[in-house]
Design a protein around this ligand. Sequence first.
Ligand code: HDE
Length: 713
Amino acid sequence: MESKKTSKKLTTSKDEQLEKFSVDYTGKPLTTRQGLKVNDTNNSLKAGARGATLLEDFMLREKIHNFDHERIPERIVHARGSGAHGYFELYDSIEEYSKAGIFTDTSRKTPVFVRFSTVAGSKGSTDLARDVRGFAVKFYTDEGTWDLVGNNMPIFFIQDAMKFPDLIHSVKPEPHQEIPQAASAHDTFYDFVSLTPETLHNQIWLMSDRAIPRSFRMMEGFSIHTFRLINKEGKAHFVKFHWKPKLGVHSVTWDEAVKISGADSDFHRRDLWDAIEAGQYPEWELGLQIVPEEDEHKYDFDLLDPTKLIPEEMVPVKVVGKMVLNRNPENFFAETEQVAFMPGSIVPGIDFTNDPLLQGRLFSYRDTQLSRLGSHNFHQIPINRPVAEAQNNQRDGHMQTEIPKGRTAYFPNSISGGCPYLSTVAEGGFESYQERIDAKKIRARSESFNDHFSQPALFYRSLADWEKEHVAGAYTFELGKCEFKHIKERMLYLIDQIDSDLAKKVATNLGIEVPSSVDMPLNQAIGADANVEEQQPGEKKIYLDESPKLSQANTNFNSIATRQIAVLVADGFHMGIFKKVKEELEKEGAMVKLVAAHGGTVKCDKDKDHKVDAAIATTESVLFDAVYIPGGKKSIETLMAQAKFTKFVNEAYKHCKAIAVDGEAEEFLKSTAVMDISDDDALFVNGKPEAFIKAIAQHRNWKRREKAENIPA
Ligand code: HDE
């Protein structure tokens, strides 16, 4: 018999539901799938010890049969992901906008399951690819499941679902050789992008630091699409959803991303898992940008166009609640892999708009689960079960695991008393928003979607200098990987429309000129009979000089919680000051890790053993946020004798991280490539822990970047 598992704290109704499906084999005998006890699972049944294996061996057949079918197709996009359980709480009712229980009942703790993902790479690809990140939240509400399936960037590449297969085919590995994996830096992607100017906005976000987050816990999330909120009176407001991370929005540099991919390609997955295991639960606030229906045409862009954001300076984000992730999955496959998100899952009080990208998604997600999960009964898989009661006359099919009672599976019926019965709107029955539609059936794009340059330009203008440099570096890397000159030139031509300086910088790095005109067969991107003149990518408008909220320079810098601090030590390290520094760092929630010359334990100057978290041979500086080196003559001599410690410090310096040293460690610091110890806000020699903490909270000292850039680490 399988026993129930009770080790984890169950905080939500979904946790309790999942617990009923959990099994724990501790203290149980091994059996076949039929419950037969097994006495040998190492040898097959043979005719003699060296003899042929017998067909009779049902145990061998069962074991191999199961193994043969273990894998399921990975997601066509967002294959690589990591999930966690948690809950959502509302601060104040917003019943004036929405009648949804989740937005009106402040006493609820709505269970959630969240899956973060990269888009292009396969299931086993690196977490640190330059890519958009998926941010999919399943709310198990009392009125049914609501899936808010968003990304960490507020806009998308294309305006119409019809183009999605083309976009994805262009970014996925090229079909002839299946190269490159989890990378957009190749010809087919830029061929498509450069022929499809609507992609430029998301494309420039992809070149920014947003595409290489420090952690899933330090990313924003966005619905991208405009949705509707509907109140009790049936009045609608447009809404865009935002997730704001409590820890702020932070990224790594491209040089780190490349190195982390080798040092720990599970970096984001591990980070999320470890933070939750340590009780440092990640939190986001849910914010809404609400626009009255009357204001639909008030803006210089179309609210239905998913390549446009509403600058927060124009419509502020109203924070309404918070989400906390407090439990890791018990089993990756059963939960994170089998979870099925569908933007079509909504609840009364929330509704769609005619955003043509959203409309296509409403079909795709249900459809794709069939090839991934194998049966339309995927909603019965424990992670996909609603917490709200679900009953209807949809029946049978592969892997039906429920036993519906009774004689009827149709509606209306009298034999079952009309059950399951219909609900009125007042009782919670879903009613679609009664949007007036009076239009011709036409395969076309709205002219109001035409402006492709204003918002990428606004984004670029709003970035800090160091962020702009990163964008130029990213374009250089990505276009530098393209083989076709005409593709690079077409890209430069388009970048030039966004910002001429940026285009010039990239062109210089690529060793080519920014062209003044290019061959741009726009009717390929629009339609054979389209009036290309009318469908030009549009004049650049300046409706806002800058949108400071778009820059990571203006995020939260108030916490070092969960930051990883490497302490470089060898036998004989000075315990005195280190003890105080460690206490101060841990008080602020940082994770202090001893990185030593060898594994096992290391002795301090008080001759006490301290557990080593990582031997220098097994770790890299890019996996940490800051470095501290305590004094101790013997310890420092050992560190200085091993080149990898020097490399560790050089890299931390190169990546503009905070470094603090005490006592004899000053000598070590001087022997590294670190420059101008006195003139750096994030370098401390015999300094105060408070100053070190403040510098770590700043994430990076970008003022150092010019000096640090040329360090050969
Ligand atoms: Fe998706 N997308 N998508 N997407 N998407 C999928 O659904 C699709 C789009 C997003 O962690 C697939 O279950 C189409 C926008 C996330 O399980 C698939 C279009 C946004 C995830 C699919 C889009 C997203 C997916 C693959 C254009 C941000 C991962 C497996 C019309 C708002 C969910 C699956 C998870 C996954 C289709 C565009 C976000 C094939 C057709 C825009 C976060 O159904």
